[in-house]
Each structure stands twice: as C-alpha cells, then as structure tokens.
Design a protein around this ligand. Structure first.
Ligand code: 16G
Ligand code: ZN
Length: 530
C-alpha cells in the first residue's frame, strides 16, 4: 500500500483531546471511558498493523474488567490467544500518545521498523463488555480498523475469555474449536455433561450453586450456558445485570473485602461463586452457621485442580511433568501444600497474566492461578496426543482408559486460551462431583494463613521500585530493611509492598500465623511506606 492512502488519518472525530499520557499496562489501556475514544481509534489502526505482521487474526477487547462502570479499557489479543507481545505494548503506548499531526508519520515509522507487508489482509476480531460506553468505543475502533482497510469480525457483547477463544479458533481453523459462541458453549458444556454422565449428584456433592455475576457480561454468558447444561447443574444467578456493574459485588470485591456480595441470598454452608465484570476471574465462598465468611480463592482452585490431575495421571499410568505457577499473593499455606503434599513444583512469577501464562507453557501440564481467581491449565500438544492414544489403546486396562478419557474431557472443558471464570467453574464442579465433596470438604485441603491486602494512596507510586517478582523494594532506600525488621517479629510472617500496575495506588500484602497479629503487622508496614 502506498502511504498516500493514509490521507484520511487522523479522523477529525477521533482527535486526541487529552494531553495526559496513557500507558499500555498489565491489562491494556484502562482509564475513564470519556478519555478513550482516540485511544480506541488508534488501537484499531494498530490492530490492523499487528494482524498484518503476524499474518493472522488479532483480537480487540473493550472492557475494564472489575473497575467501576465509568471506566473502560482496551486490550489486543495476539493470534494464539496470548496478551500482546511486550515490544508491541511499547509501540501501542507511543502510538496512542503522539500528537495528531504526528500520527501518520508514526504509522509509517511502525510499518518500516516492523517491516510490515501492507498487502497482507488484516482481520480484527472485536468484542465488548456491557458498559454503556462500550458501543461508542467500538465505533471508534472500527473506524481505525477500516481506515487501514482491515476486516472487522464483531462478536458484540462477549466475555474476555470468549474473545480469546474466538481468536484462537479463527487462527487454528477448527483445531481448537468452532470459532463461534455456539461452538464455545457446545465444546465446554458437552465435555462437562459427558464426565458427569447420568449421575448428577454424588456423595456430599449437590449439583446446585449460587452465582454472583457482578452485574456484568458474565450474567449473559451464564444464562446462555444454562441452555446448554440443561438439568446437569442448577445455577441461581444474582447481580445478573440490573444493578450497578461491580458495585459491592463480583470476584474482586468478595476476595478483597472478604464478605458476600450485595443483593445475594446467602444460604448457610452453600456453595457460592463470584465472577468479575468480564468473567475471567472466579472465587468460591460460603457463609457458615456462625455467620463466618469463608473464601476459596484462586490458590484453593489451583490446588484442587492439581491434585485431581495428579490422581487421574496416576490412574491412567501416564507420566507428565506437572507444574503450578503462582504470584507472591498466593497464600503461603497453598505453596507449602503444593510442594510438600502434592510434591509438584511451584513457581512464583510477577503479577499479570502474561507472566503466569508464559511460565506455565514450560511444563507438560502447566496450571496457573492468581489468588484473585484468574487462571487456567495449559496442556502441551504432545500431551493431548498421548492421552488420546491412551483412550483407544487396546493394550491398556479399562481403568486406565477410563481415566485417560476423563482427562481428555477435562481438557475440552478448559479454556486454555486464557483464565475463564465459567470454564473454571465447570472444572471445579466436575472435580467436586468426582470426589463427592461439598465446599467444606474442599476447604479442608489446607488451612489458609490469615492474610490481608490493602491499597495505599501515595504522592508518587513510582518512587517505590521492586525486584524479585515484586516482593522486595529497591527504592526508597531503607524501606525494605524496615519491612524486614517488622516482619521478622511475626511467626510465619510475610509482607511485601509494590506499586499497582493498573491503579494509582500501592498494594500491601501481609500474612502471618496468628489472625490477631495481622492488623498490627500490616499497619506497622504501612507506617513505614511513604
Ligand atoms: C489485571 C491483571 C491481573 C492482575 C491485576 C492487578 C491480566 C489479564 N489481568 O487484572 O493479572 O492481578 O490486574 O494488577 O493480566 P496490579 O496489582 O498490578 O494492579
Ligand atoms: Zn476481569
């Protein structure tokens, strides 16, 4: 393409109206929705360039996940479902922040630097959450895509993990699944129903749960799932879209505040779940007969999955290298359990899904979860092939073949393209069903160390820099020594301070053996952070 065809760029409707710089962060661009129109237009342009470079379809998702309704955001999804490559995050940040008069020259520069063949067709798969601002932002993105002659495939209102799935399926031409929402629901629900067969309840397990949908897109997806699941799982939905998005509800609220969501009919000792605003996080919880709140977070989900996969591998006499990836927010008890009881390697990486996902790819079967409830399981292609062979191998015993067949169905139930609240829910339900467990039984796997997380507003969060996956402060000088000194006074104490990559705050996480010490530990550490 000759450069003169860029003459309609920038579009007068989408000029840069804000002079503040904005960064492509952990979860893409995220800020107040009314400051995002030019960002979306430019991300539309960039998505086309990215698609041409990769010669594959690229995803563009409009969401601000668990943030308040007035925020919004955008992220690009690379061809295999991964987060946008780090070097392109820098290109995105630069493109979004240049003056309008420099937009065309910046695009030309990217084309030259990245050696982009402009004659390659570009496909951009778009989706959005339920925010009021999302349609306007989608229009801006579409204008950007069309300005560079890209093809738009819009899927309308979808969960973030659904869009990842659609991107992967489009690029792998049906190898992973049918690239439609119907294909997504069929793939996951058929696998779920098959494992459960005709026996819906089992032991202490009852196929019914309460679900808090954060008044987000997850409510739509769950209602759709219900049609495919039929009577195999009864889901009672609360916060299903009529209330305020993410307001005192959703997985982030429940995990951080450690209380049930609003507008939720609590049933004592009853399995309940909360998902977040774009349905990529999930936590389980219940309230006991003494009104005590119990949370079963991403760590508890990860250990449950790891244990079950280990059992199935043993039963099927298949041997693969299992690994579990966590971040520093993982409860110390969960890591001890993984290492000492399950005897599976546990690796700690920096916060942000791209770090967890990339690390998990190194194992034959890599399980990754953040404590906040975002995670999935990745199976190497060679592993899937071996399991498939085992299912039909006449030399194997019936037991071995059955276990291999269960494994295969579990693989189909998992959205391997990214953490997916609803796929994770089906998986947890399958495991609890297989074990005949209620939520209390599951909770007993190990006891969480008492823990707390707080957010602190500071004058300038960039003063705090960290190393060692965000657990050690390098600057300001002396801060880490002060934290170490405080933490050393607490039994099984652990505490770290890091600037958030998604909010203008500093996060402090603390855990220790005795609940009564926890508040003092975190307060003492907060007092030395300035
Ligand atoms: C985003 C990240 C999540 C991270 C959270 C908090 C993705 C898809 N999501 O939701 O991984 O835990 O932000 O990050 O990467 P922060 O502590 O840096 O604010
Ligand atoms: Zn989310």
């Amino acid at each position: 393409m000759e450069y003169f065809q860029l003459k309609n760029i920038p579009n007068v409707k989408y000029t840069r109206k804000y002079s503040d710089n904005i960064q492509y962060g952990t979860a893409g661009f995220r800020t107040k929705a009314n400051a995002l129109e030019h960002v979306l237009y430019r991300m539309g342009l960039l998505a086309v360039l990215r698609s041409k470079v990769k010669n594959a379809a690229i995803g563009l998702m409009i969401t601000a996940s668990h943030n308040i309704e007035s925020d919004n955001g955008v992220k690009l999804i690379d061809p295999a479902g991964e987060m946008l490559e780090a070097s392109w995050e820098r290109i995105a940040t630069n493109l979004v922040n240049v003056e309008d008069r420099n937009l065309v020259s910046t695009i030309k520069h990217i084309i030259k630097e990245e050696n982009i063949n402009m004659s390659v067709d570009a496909i951009v798969i778009t989706g959005r959450d339920t925010r009021e601002s999302s349609p306007t932002l989608l229009n801006a993105a579409v204008m950007g895509i069309k300005a560079l002659y890209g093809i738009v495939q819009d899927f309308g209102i979808v969960t973030t993990p659904q869009l990842h799935y659609l991107v992967v399926c489009t690029n792998t031409k049906s190898n992973y699944g049918d690239p439609t929402l119907h294909g997504y629901y069929v793939k996951l629900s058929e696998a779920f129903k098959y494992v459960r067969q005709k026996q819906i309840n089992n032991g202490q397990y009852v196929a019914e749960l309460l679900l808090d949908a954060a008044n987000g897109v997850g409510a739509i997806a769950v209602k759709e799932f219900q049609k495919y699941l039929g009577t195999t799982l009864a889901i009672n939905i609360y916060n299903d879209g009529y209330g305020k998005l993410n307001f005192m509800c959703g997985a982030d609220f429940v995990k951080v505040e450690q209380v049930p969501p609003v507008n939720f009919h609590v049933k004592r000792n009853f399995r309940s779940v909360s998902i977040d605003g774009d349905a990529d996080r999930i936590v389980y919880f219940y309230v006991d007969e003494y009104e005590k709140f119990h949370i079963l977070d991403g760590d508890k989900i990860a250990t449950l999955i790891a244990e079950y996969l280990k059992e199935l591998l043993k039963e099927s006499h298949l041997s693969f290298q299992l690994g579990l990836v966590q971040t520093a927010y993982a409860n110390g008890s969960s890591t001890d359990y993984i290492l000492n009881v399950l005897q599976i390697p546990a690796v700690c990486v920096s916060t942000g899904i791209k770090h967890l996902h990339n690390k998990a790819l190194e194992f034959d079967i890599g399980i990754y979860f953040e404590a906040n409830g975002h995670g999935t399981v990745l199976f190497k292609e060679t592993v899937i092939k071996t399991i498939k062979e085992a299912v039909t191998n006449p030399e194997r015993s019936t037991n071995e073949k059955e276990a291999a067949s269960k494994l295969l169905n579990i693989i189909n139930m998992i959205n391997q393209t990214v953490g997916d609240a609803l796929s994770d829910m089906l998986l947890v339900e399958t495991i609890l069903h297989a074990k005949g467990w209620d939520i209390m039984e599951w909770e007993k796997m190990y006891d969480d160390l008492p823990n707390k997380q707080i957010k602190m507003k500071v004058y300038d969060k960039s003063i705090i820099t960290t190393t060692n996956v965000g657990t050690q402060c390098i600057t300001p000088e002396g801060l880490q020594d002060a934290i170490d000194e405080i933490v050393s006074q607490y039994k099984r104490g652990r505490c770290f301070v890091r600037p958030s990559g998604t909010e203008d705050i500093v996060r402090i996480y603390a855990e220790c053996e005795n609940l009564c010490d926890l508040d003092k530990l975190i307060k003492d550490v907060a007092s030395v952070v300035y």
